[in-house]
Design a protein around this ligand. Structure first.
Ligand code: AMP
Length: 217
């Protein structure tokens, strides 16, 4: 059983790296942001509660977030473990998490703010299946269309300059201290997230003492 948390600023590749890790090691990938986006897209009550907060780049209230994480982990579909992405994002969430679960490692994807801005401006999301694209590193075959399902590619509602500035500010103010807390109690593997996708994955596997990624195909 392996239980990891992946922490990093927006655009640092948390989603991509956790999916690669989860797929190879049969871990369940739990992204709190994806859960919220699903609710917004499907117009649920929870979606209505979080939509405006997310669009402004602010953090959703701790009680709501902790409830979502608890419910998701209580499904116990994670026989081989999990990778939690986008949580914890502040000290209170970190304390809740540390009290409730033993973690084997914290993956910290480190990316300078300038590079974050460059990447986030290039980010697109399929409106239909949720697949992520990046006009720098992962362009769709047909402009504006998803390679997998043909859905329309849109910019995330919170990927605008004002919301990004707010998310960066919140990240440094609230999430940087989470890393300090984890450093005291757990193993934090800090990875240079400027490197290409495969190199970042190799680096994090090495630092967590995991086998190297299986070659694709
Ligand atoms: P992400 O996809 O991780 O960037 O999350 C998108 C948005 O969902 C964030 O900007 C927050 O509004 C909200 N969100 C996701 N995870 C959390 C969390 N742990 N605490 C509070 N808000 C969150």
């Amino acid at each position: 059983m392996r239980k990891y948390v992946i922490v990093g600023v927006q655009g640092s590749g948390k989603g991509t790296q956790s999916l690669l890790l989860a797929r190879d090691l049969d871990l369940v990938h739990i992204s709190v942001g994806d859960i919220f986006r699903w609710h917004v897209q499907h117009h649920t009550k929870l979606g209505a509660q979080v939509r405006r907060i997310m669009a402004a780049g602010e953090l959703v209230g701790d009680d709501l977030v902790e409830g979502v994480v608890r419910d998701r982990l209580e499904q116990h579909d994670w026989n081989y473990g999990f990778v939690v992405e986008g949580f914890p994002r502040n000290r209170r969430q970190a304390e809740f998490f540390l009290e409730s679960y033993d973690i084997d490692g914290v993956i910290h994807l480190d990316l300078p703010d300038d590079e974050v801005r460059r990447r986030v401006q290039a980010r697109r999301l399929c409106a239909r299946c949720g697949m992520d694209y990046n006009l720098i590193a992962h362009r769709p075959e047909v402009e504006g269309r998803c390679d997998v399902c043909g859905g329309e590619l849109l910019t995330r509602e919170d990927d605008n300059d004002a919301a990004l500035a707010e998310r960066l500010r919140t990240y440094h103010e609230k999430t940087d201290p989470v890393l300090d807390l984890f450093r005291q109690k757990e193993y934090v593997a800090t990875i240079d997230a400027r490197a290409p996708i495969e190199a970042v994955q190799r680096d994090l596997r090495g630092k967590l003492g995991l086998p190297a990624p299986r070659p694709a195909g």
